[in-house]
Design a protein around this ligand. Structure first.
Ligand code: SF4
Length: 88
């Protein structure tokens, strides 16, 4: 089975044990969030927004390195940080 990132996921133990390179933990600190919505436009698979909320939430706590880099670059308030290398 192939996910939205083009990687293959399975249900075997080897899939769990094998570290995936190129993914990092996403840390969202929305304290200074201005509500611009850029993050949800940029990465809707990673960042969501519930109708009526003033702040985004994480749909996924891991993201490909490139997506995390873009979130960090495009958020005008610096709400995103990268954590540890992680498996998706
Ligand atoms: S890009 Fe940053 S400031 Fe804009 S909605 Fe997302 S977290 Fe808030």
């Amino acid at each position: 089975m192939t996910n939205q990132y083009g990687t293959t996921q399975g249900s075997g133990a080897a899939d769990i044990a094998a570290p995936a390179s190129g993914f990092k933990e996403v840390l969202l600190s929305p304290g200074d969030c201005s509500g611009c919505g850029a993050c949800t436009e940029l990465a809707p698979d990673i960042v969501g927004w519930r109708e009526g909320d003033e702040r985004p939430f994480l749909v996924s706590d891991v993201a490909p390195d490139g997506v995390l880099t873009e979130l960090m670059a495009f958020c005008p308030e610096g709400c995103f940080e990268g954590g540890d290398e992680s498996c998706p």
